[in-house]
Design a protein around this ligand. Structure first.
Ligand SMILES: Cc1cc2nc3c(=O)[nH]c(=O)nc-3n(C[C@H](O)[C@H](O)[C@H](O)COP(=O)(O)OP(=O)(O)OC[C@H]3O[C@@H](n4cnc5c(N)ncnc54)[C@H](O)[C@@H]3O)c2cc1C
Ligand code: SF4
Length: 337
């Protein structure tokens, strides 16, 4: 047991002031952070509990969007009537993840900031550049079944494990953050970062910044969407490959499409130029295979995860068909037709 200081923040200002050092942590639901302490991956010096901050509401935005407070739980978000009706892909993605108990505790801010599930990251006896800068990477040349195939670097091949974030990526949400230097907004596509030669930096938050909310734009794509998640077990398992697709259809043609992959990259993986090529097309196997090839162009396996390349290709094609047809993947009846 390592002794640490525990502070309960009473206001946003209080939280930002209390978390003064890089070794300090905000704690929300604790479902990831406490595990990191138990595995000795993170060694807390000071914990700043943010659960008393007024960030636990979902409210309407002018112009038709919704603001999800960062302390709203994953369960509250997924079951909110407005989210279910207007952003069903977000409900679906959240409900595909973790377990009911975890979703009751996990918060939206914590989900955005959860750490990778790379086995070596959690094993302090192994080298890991993400945990211990410049120590090496155990997964390259090691057991890398869960690791990534896109956006990797020679320093790290970890993936971002969130389901929620893959749906947020296709909804083009904006992340509201506050820091001691003021507030700013980060588009979701710029929130998580590629490892390059600094894999210890998962995202573009500046030191001490707190996520206060996630803004959903008005367009929710409630008619044509799907979240398809493939994994080793049909529940309580992280994605090996997942695909979020939203489409706008007119007279049987694709007017707009957005597609993001989970489980394969350090961030939800999108290629906007490939999405544009779908516009005006009639949904067909050939069109979606061409699109899948463009989306996974440049994918590289590392031995244990080579299977993810053909799996991702097939999953993209299936998910595009599901979205175009308006027959989304069910997260309660998880059979894949
Ligand atoms: C057994 C198990 C299975 C799981 N399966 C899945 C799954 O299938 N799919 C999936 O997507 N997830 C899964 N998860 C992960 C789960 O979704 C995350 O643990 C959860 O979302 C984290 O939220 P939290 O509030 O508990 O975060 P915490 O554990 O409190 O915090 C996580 C990190 O976020 C930071 N943080 C928290 N709030 C903020 C904020 N507002 N601003 C800035 N930083 C913040 C913390 O400092 C910490 O670094 C699983 C977890 C477990 C334990
Ligand atoms: S892939 Fe990344 S997280 Fe995994 S061992 Fe290598 S450096 Fe660490």
């Amino acid at each position: 047991m390592r002794p640490f200081q525990f502070v309960r923040a009473k206001s946003l200002n209080d939280a930002l002031t209390e978390r003064a050092n890089p070794s300090d942590h905000f704690i929300a639901g604790g479902t990831n952070l406490v595990d990191l302490f138990k595995y000795d991956v993170e060694r807390p010096v000071k914990l700043v509990d943010i659960n008393r901050l007024p960030l636990g509401e979902i409210r309407e935005l002018h112009g038709g969007g919704l603001r999800l407070g960062s302390l709203v739980t994953n369960a509250e978000t997924a079951y909110d009537a407005r989210v279910k009706e207007r952003y069903p892909i977000l409900s679906s993605a959240i409900l595909s993840g973790a377990s009911a108990q975890l979703r009751n505790a996990a918060t939206n801010g914590g989900n955005l900031n959860q750490r990778t599930r790379c086995y070596y990251f959690y094993n302090v006896a192994s080298p890991c550049n993400k945990r211990e800068p410049h120590s090496g990477c155990g997964a390259i040349g090691g057991v890398n079944r869960v690791n990534g195939i896109l956006g990797m670097s020679a320093a790290c091949i970890a993936t971002h494990p969130s389901d929620m974030c893959v749906a947020l990526a296709v909804l083009n949400v904006q992340v509201q953050v506050s820091g001691r230097d003021g507030d700013r907004v980060i588009p979701i596509g710029e929130y998580h970062r590629l490892p390059e030669d600094e894999p210890w930096r998962d995202n573009t938050l500046r030191p001490g910044e707190l996520v206060t909310a996630i803004d959903l734009p008005a367009q929710g794509f409630a008619d044509h969407y799907t979240y398809l998640k493939l994994r080793d077990r049909q529940s309580y398992a992280f994605a090996l490959v997942s695909v979020a697709v939203v489409m706008r259809m007119e007279a049987g043609l694709i007017k707009e499409a957005r597609v993001a992959l989970g489980g394969v990259a350090p961030k939800p993986w999108r290629i906007p130029a490939a999405e544009t090529a779908l516009e005006g097309e009639s949904p067909s196997r050939d069109v979606f295979i061409r699109f899948a090839d463009a989306l996974i162009d440049g994918a590289v396996g590392h031995g244990g995860n080579d299977f993810k390349i053909p799996l991702a290709r097939r999953a993209i094609v299936r998910a595009c068909h599901q979205a175009a047809a308006g027959t989304p993947q069910s997260q309660s009846d998880k059979r894949i037709a």
